[in-house]
Design a protein around this ligand. Structure first.
Ligand SMILES: [Zn+2]
Ligand SMILES: [Zn+2]
Length: 355
């Protein structure tokens, strides 16, 4: 396995994992834009990830040759055995398990350990080298239970029936997870969608994830039309609340669902009234717990707070190596790709974080 400007290259196998630019042969862990790129020759991924790529890039840009492989299935490519294991991150997300000459490396992509009603749970695979992200690799990042955050949202809706609640969430994965969590919490009213998140919700439903009644936010209202959707919940991409689109809504309460909401400064900067800490990435405890479970003597860190994680691993006798992969970002914060928290933000979070 080699680190190249295009990303991780499996040299003997002749393919890249999540390459940042079009290549001849790619294995793609999941559909987020910093992992799945259009224009590859051959693409190996789960059927769900391929469907997401087709929906995002168009039929002809999702790979000339698309090879769908279900979790647990294997294929051998130039002597390298490739298996996909669930990563628990978004629908179809996979860890890429590579075996060659008796050693096993697991490229985990992005992952989380919490239950997510919209995708299969992460499966730990023991290995010699574990490749991990480190988006939230600081001890201040301990995500609270999702049910707690969803309850805060529903409490706010009950408290402000005259206002619309706009939840800014990433279009792939987070949006559908929040809707599913709302359903589990008993919210059976229609959930309203911004146009930019509709397509992926429809795709999730076609792939068997049930989201209940979804309605588009009404468009084309006449000038002077009274504000709409008081008492309702609207899902929209992050920052949509700052656009003219939001003006039609009844005095919207701006909510954002992201692991970054632990950093109160970020919430404040973005004008978020109700920050919800709901993340599709592992928090500090989940990272360490996972690395222990896979029992890898060596861990490679793709991006994020690699310094903190490599240090913590060293104390546990695990060899850590920072890869500094380029182009790998954080889909939870679209405005700021590749933006690990600054020291100041970490400090502020430490002071403000619930114990
Ligand atoms: Zn991702
Ligand atoms: Zn990512």
């Amino acid at each position: 396995m080699k680190v190249t400007p295009l990303g991780l290259l499996c040299e003997p196998g002749g393919f890249y994992v999540d390459p940042s630019r079009p290549v001849e042969r790619a294995v793609v862990s999941h559909g987020h834009a910093d992992h799945a790129r259009p224009g590859h020759g051959a693409v190996l991924a789960t059927p769900e990830t391929l469907a997401i790529m087709r929906a995002r890039f168009g039929e002809d840009r999702a790979g000339d040759e698309q090879q769908a492989m279900a979790y647990g299935e294997s294929v051998t490519c130039n002597g390298v055995r490739i298996t996909l294991a669930p990563a628990g991150h978004v629908l179809g997300s996979a860890q890429v398990v590579l075996e060659w000459q008796g050693s096993r490396i697991v490229v985990s992509g992005d992952y989380k350990r919490r239950r997510d009603p919209t995708c299969a749970p992460f499966l730990p695979v023991e290995c010699d080298v574990f490749v991990t992200e480190a988006t939230f690799a600081l001890p201040v990042f301990r995500h609270p239970p999702d049910s707690h955050e969803i309850r805060r949202l529903l409490d706010s809706v009950a408290l402000f029936p005259e206002r619309a609640h706009v939840v800014g969430a990433y279009a792939l994965g987070k949006t559908q997870r929040i809707i599913a969590l709302l359903r589990e919490a008993g919210w059976d009213r229609p959930v309203y969608l911004h146009g930019a998140v509709e397509k992926l919700c429809t795709l999730y439903e076609s792939l068997g994830v049930r989201l209940g009644e979804l309605l588009p936010v009404p468009k084309g209202l006449k000038r002077g039309h009274p504000p709409i959707l008081a008492g309702e919940i609207v899902l929209a991409p992050p920052s949509a609340e700052a656009t003219p689109w939001a003006r039609r809504l009844a005095d919207p309460v701006t909510c954002a669902a992201s692991g970054w909401m632990t950093v109160r400064q970020r919430a404040k900067l973005r004008g978020v009234e109700l920050p919800l800490i709901i993340s599709d990435h592992a928090d500090w405890d989940e990272l360490l717990e996972t690395i222990e479970e896979v029992r890898a003597p060596e861990v490679w860190v793709t991006h994020g707070r690699d310094d903190a994680l490599v240090h913590a691993l060293g104390l546990r006798g695990v060899r850590g190596r920072a890869l500094h992969l380029v182009g790998r970002g954080d889909e939870e914060d679209e405005g700021a790709p590749e933006a690990p928290p600054t020291e100041e933000e970490a400090d502020a979070a430490r002071r403000g974080a619930p114990s």
